[in-house]
Write a protein of this length. Sequence first.
Length: 105
Amino acid sequence: MVKDINSEQEGKYDILQNAAGEILIIIKYREGGPENPRLVYDGGEQALLYRSRESAVMLDAINVNARKPLKSVDEILMVEIEDDEVAREYTVPVRIVKSLQALAQ
């Protein structure tokens, strides 16, 4: 991982899937807009959302039932919530990697 990125853990988030198989992830609002965001995922219990050069969010403890669907889509809809209102939404491509841990080295 690049050392100048402000990476933080996302303690509470929701992953939802509709009947068409599309995935929505809801997180808390963060300052600074996403610039070329992407979700990096290896099929395990964590995913990394790169929001911009300065901001990344680690999604921990991904539910076992969400892992296969998350790994099978090309993009997701990301929604940022502030005060129970949608503050921002954007489409994020999903990049599948062999190991998130290998990227951190």
